[in-house]
Write a protein that binds this ligand. Structure first.
Ligand code: ATP
Length: 288
């Protein structure tokens, strides 16, 4: 038996860091949405008691360090499952990019293995379990558009924003989320107005969404990597309606209403950056 799951990337329309908690995590408030750039996860039932992870990507570990492996292991241990699974990951989302690729793979494995092993766990419980793997996994279990609080694991669904083009560009640098948080100084940092972003989404108002995008972590990554600032400038000059870094970066995205402008932004970045994508904002939930 085989199951296919789509694992879409997310972007942060807004990301606010409120304070550092006693447990070492930061309290955040985010608005996230899925885009149509996805890994493909193929799950095959194994009768023997093993979890195997395979991928053709050299950036993704093929062992227990893989978040997809950890998702299957968590379900196996929690529900005392005796069967196994082979997980094949077709990696299309850039790795360590701020697009939650690993978290989305883990979430897709939770959804898919739930069916493969006939566990009948509902999505809310899968999302709860997912938070043990990583802060973004709960959101990725549902997909769509959501407001996330806590360390990102408390998720409230939002309506889909108006669809638009999203041009993504990842400069060839690695950014560790941990080091970005370590370098963050909350005094004087930019804080987006999350309430205003939620209202803009609820009003289905593209211009207000563009006006309210913001990311507290952006300043840190910009100060460490000048390439990120260059991409932002180039996207603005080529006519983006909004430009922001996603997560802790280094991927920068633009939101664009007109096809021709999206193409212009893509063309202007292609020579400068080899990981550039034009995709649609998904925004709505594909999961049930
Ligand atoms: P986030 O936006 O949640 O911070 P990210 O997009 O920045 O995540 P990922 O692509 O999820 O980062 O990868 C971060 C690290 O996790 C990589 O260094 C990679 O080695 C490891 N990793 C583990 N499993 C996976 C996976 N299935 N796909 C990608 N990376 C994975």
């Amino acid at each position: 038996m085989q199951i296919l799951e789509k694992a879409p990337a997310k972007i942060n329309l807004s990301l606010d860091v409120l304070h550092k908690r006693d447990d070492g995590f930061h309290e955040v408030e985010m608005v996230m949405t899925t885009v149509d750039l996805a890994d493909r996860i193929e799950l095959t039932l194994l009768e023997e008691d093993t979890i195997r992870v395979e991928s053709e990507s050299r950036f993704v570990p093929n062992d227990e360090r893989n978040l997809a492996y950890r998702a299957a292991k968590l379900l196996k241990d929690t529900y005392d499952v005796k069967q196994g699974v082979r997980i094949f990951i077709e990696k299309n989302i850039p790795v360590a990019a701020g697009l939650a690729g690993g978290s989305s793979d883990a979430a897709a494995v939770l959804r898919g293995v739930n069916k493969l092993w006939d566990l009948n766990i509902d999505l809310d419980d899968l999302a709860d379990l997912g938070s043990q793997i990583g802060s973004d996994v709960s959101f990725c279990v549902y997909g769509g558009t959501a407001h996330a609080t806590g360390r990102g694991e408390k998720v409230t669904q939002l309506p889909a924003p108006p669809s638009c083009w999203v041009v993504l560009a990842k400069p060839p640098i690695g950014v560790s989320t941990q080091s970005v948080y370590q370098n963050l100084k909350l005094d004087g940092a930019i804080h987006p107005d999350t309430k205003a972003m939620i209202q803009a989404i609820q009003a289905h108002d593209f211009n207000s969404i563009c006006k309210e995008v913001g990311n507290t972590l952006e300043g840190v990554t910009l100060s460490l990597h000048k390439e990120v600032a260059q991409i932002k400038d180039q996207m603005r000059e080529a006519g983006a309606d909004a430009v922001l870094m996603s997560g802790s970066g280094p991927t920068v995205f633009s939101l664009v209403e007109q096809d021709a402008r999206a193409q212009r932004i893509y063309n202007s970045l292609k020579g400068f950056c080899n990981e550039v994508y034009i995709v649609r904002m998904l925004g709505y939930r594909e999961t049930t």
